[in-house]
Ligand binder design. Structure first.
Ligand code: CTP
Length: 400
């Protein structure tokens, strides 16, 4: 962990004494460790101990020290590669879950772009309380990593779940996090993601559309962002914005094509999850079409195949396509992979239960250039997005 910058946050639980060994192990493994203690933590162990171990000043939230409050939380928040809270009390988890920032440590956490990892420690009843369980769920859903508390004898004399794991285990967890992060890191990569079904206007009121919900694309943009990429989401659907993702709203296939091409030269990867309309209406009517005639014929012309064009223009970009099929899934998907010069294609049978447009789950197979196929069981679109982005990170790695 040489050179890794770790902010170790210590909150006020009896297990705080074990944090000295955590700090010591992290320091010995080469990390630059800065300790921030809550006021309650100092009731259990002295800041001095950590100062000696880490050879760095310890930030303690005393009212007298609040002079440089703003500077400290911003500098610590930006300094950290990881913020580890060990032990994290029930009270502290509740504050984190609700965005309360009333001391240096909570404020630092709110202000940091770094991964936050918490190691909860408390008695079993507090841990199992629905309030604590809900708070842990909230934190997890926001990407905070949680080290499972251990089971054993607790400070209050009972035996159960809630112990702080041994310092060696906590440090092993952090080490593994850095290892995985190195492999899956997309920092510095520019990734374009397309989402939603394009809309092809017939007249100012009507359009031709499709059943794509845009969910898969939004999850892919969010997953790419979580892995540190610079993400541009070019979407024909409006869904809630994703923090840190640049959003470009388009309607038609042609608008999507222009938006994608304008960023393509400098992109490292494109994930085309949009359901692009294959045809558009040849003659757009500037006025609303009246229902005078008994039948109405619309002449459709073919839209450009955006992904195929990207495949032709490809330099070093990684291209990922989707194949939504209703039959001959792998055969058709393979054909698209070849014809569009892709590195990977996500094939799914949209007629299968639990897959397709309106549901939150998907059943997909990933086919790679070279022919390897990876089949996934039914999973949430969020989990599938995570898998796809992890595979993308591996493709980058193998090309470096
Ligand atoms: N795609 C595209 N431009 C189009 C049509 C599709 O960029 N005009 C992309 C999609 O975003 C997807 C992949 O190509 O990543 C395959 O899309 P799909 O609709 O499954 O296949 P098509 O190539 O349109 O072929 P078909 O409709 O005949 O199955």
């Amino acid at each position: 962990m040489k050179g890794k910058k770790i902010v170790l946050g210590i909150t006020g639980g009896i297990a705080a004494y074990k944090s000295a060994e955590i700090a010591s192990r992290l320091k010995k493994s080469g990390a630059d460790v800065r300790v921030v203690m809550t006021r309650h933590a100092t009731e259990f162990i002295s800041p001095r101990t950590f100062q000696e171990i880490t050879k760095n000043p310890v930030a303690v939230e005393m009212f007298a020290d609040v002079v440089n409050f703003d500077e400290s939380h911003i500098s610590l928040a930006n300094f950290a590669d990881v913020i580890l809270i060990a032990p994290a009390t029930a009270n502290f988890l509740a504050k984190m879950a609700h965005g309360i920032a009333d001391d240096l440590l909570t404020t630092t956490i709110l202000a940091t772009p770094a991964q936050v990892i918490v190691s909860p420690a408390m008695n079993t009843v507090m841990l199992e309380n629905p309030a604590t369980q809900d708070n842990l769920k909230i934190l997890k859903s926001r990407g905070i990593k949680i080290i499972e508390p251990a089971t054993g004898k607790l400070a209050c004399g009972t035996v159960g779940k809630g112990r702080l794991p041994e310092p060696a285990e906590i440090c092993a967890y952090i080490e593994k996090f850095f290892d995985d992060d190195k492999n899956l890191n997309l920092r510095g990569k520019k990734i374009l993601v397309t989402a939603g079904g394009t809309v092809e206007p017939i007249d100012p009121v009507r359009y031709i559309g499709n059943r794509s919900s845009g969910k898969m694309g939004f999850e892919l943009a969010a997953a790419s962002r979580r892995h540190g990429a610079d993400v541009i989401l070019i979407s024909a659907k409006d869904l809630p914005v994703i923090d840190g993702v640049q959003f470009v709203k388009v309607e038609s296939a042609e608008e999507m094509r222009v938006a994608v091409l304008s960023e393509y030269d400098t992109a490292d990867a494109v994930i085309m999850s949009a359901a692009v309309s294959d045809y558009r209406v040849k003659n757009f009517s500037a006025q609303k079409i009246k229902k005078d005639a008994d039948t109405l014929t619309l002449e459709l012309v073919k839209n450009p195949d955006i992904l195929k064009e990207l495949g032709r223009l490809k330099k070093s970009q990684v291209l990922i396509g989707f194949a939504a099929e209703t039959e001959n899934l792998l055969e058709y998907a393979r054909k698209k992979l070849d014809e569009k010069n892709l590195d990977m294609i996500v094939a799914n049978d949209v007629t299968a239960e639990g897959a397709g447009f309106s549901v939150d789950t998907n059943i997909a197979s990933l086919i790679y250039r070279g022919g390897t196929v990876e089949n996934f069981p039914k999973m949430s679109k969020r989990d599938l997005a995570e898998k796809i982005v992890e595979r993308l990170a591996k493709i980058f790695q193998s090309g470096e």
